[in-house]
Design a binder for this molecule. Structure first.
Ligand code: GDP
Ligand code: MG
Length: 845
């Protein structure tokens, strides 16, 4: 099929009604009402073109005067040197751009699996997402994973098939993959348009099915994509075959939408059953409705690098993704102080206790109202970064009320009040000072240092500016999120003693930005240990320390984070006295379990305190506290300056420290332990000793219990290793080799092998759906259509250690076609045979 070559180009500026990007007429960004605001994120596999597309969006909106280029390292959104060097986006920053009299806030989400925690965090502040796919690679593993996360959070999505200019690009094949792998119905609002030039098909534009236009971009090198020629499809000026494609595409669109929206069927009958006659506005309304309900995914295509197809995608964001007024209310909890004061399971209730039923209502103009209080502003600091020139910057989203400059806010994590001076909107790297940020919007405060960390909730009184907060307000938490445990360690030390101070400052900066990074001190070795989520996570941290921050440090190789645990408790208790006061003492005993501590009966015992990160539990038995102490409290005879609770807290704190110390076999931290405090004592008539003596006794009693048990047999303690839930995607031809390798070299437990869709049922559904909708033939594809069932997914549980460097091994077994993703399940005990094979790796760092 050869299309007629377009001759003349018209400029998009000044605007046409189709892409009414009226730059000069844009209202001030901050005055845009919530109904015309879109908070979106871009989710994509690495290299799909997220940064390239964002740069075009900025340029077409008028926010930048030239297009930044990933390959030359001068993009606006990737502004850390390490991002520019790697050409990948690490930081979640946010940018606001005007488009079609709307404001689009683009929240950048990281693209690598190691940052899924950050992805989850940023997904929670999005109202909609654009999924960018590579037209050659199709739906890749990471996209599938993030898509599932977005689907679980019910975030409406549109898809953009990028890189249509590449040889081997396949629009229809990619749509089929979207249906099969992402399990969604697709509505193709644009189709690709090619022209034959020198006997090769060149991607030149898109066919706009909704507006019945052929949009042609002048893609000569000197052009920036602002000149678009729009040809009418219905009057035949774009060619008969194109009219035909639009008619077929509209027919299949109406059929799909009709399943969710009767209105579109009515309109079809009103228009003499002519698909071409249904007005664009009716189609758009119906698509928006079904997209919001997560029933369909509108599909666009383009080539961001060649500046083709980005403006229609931006129109799509405005037309089909929801405003902050249309979304479901966010999760909000409040641990009122009454709940927090309950002693039982102190550490556990911190994250889960909720004052359920905080009333949330949606005001049609102002957005979310929390607790019927229009005066109450609630905002989430979803990302804190340290800018090379501007210092600490906290990006926040206001959910209710308005956050004003020069106001007092409370950080509900710390309980501290902060005086905010300037607040700003971000345009890439350029801030604009504003007087307030209203509900549904994204803003930035600078210079907050350690007062705000990623994930904090901020409250204030936007109307009265009152600086006092009720109990409920002071304890509000938005989108509470659990931080996953770190799986890799790397020890770090200053090059010389003089470099230590700067190194510690740098680490503080990193911790503020990234709640999934951990730092611990190994006192025996005099080492600082960094722990993170994955290989790339720590590599990038290292890179930032060395290159961005120019810290003079030495980092050891990455090591998987192994732990020790009590494997065979013997029921014997161990006691220890304070070295100069035998009246201060404690007696403890170990118990053992496997799996998640929260699912064991220990977690429900009276006096149980869960250490979430260590998966351990300390049980202060109700009979452990001497009766004379409890009766002294009851009978108001308590004479000490500190309360009984403070004494108990010190003892528990001491035991916690004891548990975090090195295990007896390999010096690894202890994990998954049950420690019962059977009894303890402290002189309450004598005012001499301080509660800190109990810290010491707790720590030493645990050490003694460890020593007592290990002296009987070394094997009373075992080693734990991290286990991952792994999905390996391969062609059926490579299945045998990959399975063999997983079973033997990787010590994996294969759970299932599935077709690339989730199950056969869904696969059949996907096949029927892909056949039912209209998709033009992929003339540009070199090879024949890949059959959907040829791809298999092997689902297995694998030790993390064997997954280090797995991608390159997998690639070599699969001619480069294999991919995998994994997520952490938990720590599991290592068998004696396996212990022999990994013994050399078992160092803390
Ligand atoms: P990200 O990792 O998703 O942010 O992807 P980038 O925007 O950094 O792009 C990755 C690579 O793909 C870069 O080398 C881009 O120049 C290239 N690229 C992006 N979009 C296109 C496109 O439309 N066509 C082609 N041929 N290359 C593209
Ligand atoms: Mg990028």
């Amino acid at each position: 099929m050869v299309f007629r070559r377009a001759t003349a180009y018209i400029s998009l500026r000044p605007c046409r009604q189709l892409h009414a990007s009226c730059f000069r007429l844009e209202p001030k960004l901050n005055a845009v009402p919530p109904a015309k605001t879109r908070n979106i994120g871009i989710i994509a596999h690495i290299d799909a073109g997220k940064t390239t597309t964002t740069e075009r969006m900025l340029f077409y909106s008028g926010k930048t005067s030239r297009i930044g280029n990933v390959d030359e390292g001068d993009t606006v959104t990737d502004y850390l040197p390490s991002e520019r060097q790697r050409g990948i986006t690490i930081q979640s920053a946010a940018i606001s751009i005007p488009w079609n009299r709307h404001k689009i806030n683009i929240i950048d989400t990281p693209g690598h699996a190691d940052f899924t925690f950050e992805v989850t965090r940023s997904l929670r502040v999005l109202d909609g997402a654009v999924t960018i796919l590579d037209a050659v690679a199709g739906v890749e593993a990471q996209t599938e994973k993030v898509w599932r996360q977005a689907a679980a959070l019910k975030i409406p999505r549109i898809a953009y098939i990028n890189k249509m200019d590449r040889p081997g690009a396949g629009f229809s094949r990619t749509v089929k993959e979207i249906i099969a792998k992402l399990q969604t119905r697709a509505v193709c609002v644009n189709l690709p348009y090619f022209e034959e030039i020198d006997s090769e098909l060149k991607f030149k534009g898109v066919i706009d099915v909704i507006h019945k236009k052929l949009l042609l971009w002048d893609s000569s090198a000197s052009q920036d994509g602002t000149k678009i020629k729009a040809l009418d499809v219905s009057d035949g000026s774009a060619g008969e075959n194109i009219r035909d494609m639009v008619a077929k595409s509209r027919e299949s669109m109406v059929e799909t939408l009709g399943e969710f929206d009767e209105g579109i069927i009515e309109s079809f009958f009103e228009h003499n059953e002519d698909y071409m006659a249904i007005p664009a506005s009716i189609l758009q309304k119906s698509i928006a409705k079904s997209t919001l309900a997560n029933e369909v995914t509108p599909v666009y295509c383009g080539s961001s690098f060649r500046n083709i197809g980005v403006q229609p995608l931006m129109d799509g964001v405005v037309s089909y993704l929801p405003s902050p007024l249309q979304i479901e209310a966010p999760e909000i909890t409040s641990t009122s102080s009454k709940v927090a004061k309950k002693r039982k399971k102190v550490q556990k209730t911190k994250t889960t206790a909720t004052a359920e039923g905080i009333p949330l209502t949606m005001d049609p103009h102002k957005g979310l109202v929390v607790n019927h209080n229009h005066n109450l502003t609630v905002a989430l600091a979803f990302k804190v970064i340290t800018h090379p020139a501007r210092g600490v910057m906290a990006f926040f989203r206001v959910y209710s009320g308005k956050l004003a400059a020069n106001s007092t806010v409370m950080n509900t994590r710390t309980g501290k009040k902060l005086a905010l001076r300037k607040i700003m909107l971000m345009h890439g790297d350029t801030p604009e000072e504003v007087s307030q940020i209203s509900a549904g919007n994204i803003g930035v405060v600078a210079g907050t240092d350690d007062d705000i960390m990623t994930g904090d909730t901020l409250v204030s009184h936007g109307v009265t500016h009152s600086k006092t907060f009720s109990d409920l307000e002071a304890n509000l938490r938005l989108h509470p999120i659990e931080i996953p445990p770190p799986l890799f360690n790397s020890s770090i030390e200053p090059a010389t003693a003089g470099d230590a101070r700067y190194m510690n400052e740098c680490i503080k900066v990193l911790l503020r930005e990234d709640p999934s990074l951990h730092v611990s001190e190994d006192e025996d070795m005099g080492q600082t240990v960094l722990s993170g989520m994955g290989e790339l996570h720590l590599e990038i941290i290292r890179d930032r320390l060395l290159n961005d921050m120019k810290a003079k440090i030495r980092l050891r190789d990455l090591a998987v984070s192994y732990k020790e645990t009590v494997a065979r408790p013997n029921g014997m208790s161990s006691s220890c006295d304070h070295f100069d006061n035998p009246e201060i003492n404690a007696t403890v005993v170990f118990d053992a379990f496997e799996g998640d501590v929260n699912e064991t009966p220990y977690a429900d015992e009276d006096g149980a305190i869960i250490l979430e990160h260590e998966n351990s539990v300390i049980i202060l038995e109700p009979t452990a506290t001497p009766a004379y102490m409890t009766s002294a409290v009851k009978e108001r005879r308590w004479k000490l300056d500190y309360s009984l609770e403070e004494l108990q807290d010190s003892l528990i704190q001491g035991c916690t420290t004891g548990l975090s110390m090195a295990g007896p076999r390999f010096g690894l931290p202890l994990h998954s332990c049950v420690l019962r405090i059977k009894s303890w004592n402290f002189p309450i008539e004598d005012k001499g000793p301080q509660p800190s003596a109990l810290l010491d006794v707790g720590r030493r009693t645990v050490s003694k219990a460890v020593k007592d048990l290990s002296s009987l047999s070394e094997e009373n303690f075992g080693v734990l290793e991290p286990i991952m839930h792994t999905r390996v995607h391969v062609d059926s031809g490579s299945m045998g080799d990959v399975m063999h390798d997983l079973n033997n070299r990787c010590s994996a437990t294969v759970l299932a092998v599935e077709d690339s869709g989730d199950s056969l049922d869904k696969q059949n559904w996907a096949r029927e759906e892909a056949e039912r909708i209209y998709l033009p033939p992929d003339y540009t594809m070199k090879s024949a259509n890949q059959d959907l069932t040829e791809r298999k997914v092997i689902i297995a549980e694998t030790p993390l250690k064997e997954m280090v460097g797995y991608l390159s091994k997998l690639r070599s077994m699969t001619q480069g076609r294999g991919v995998f993703d994994m997520s952490y399940i938990g720590m599991r005990r290592v068998s004696r045979e396996r212990l022999d094979s990994i013994k050399s790796q078992l160092t803390f760092v």
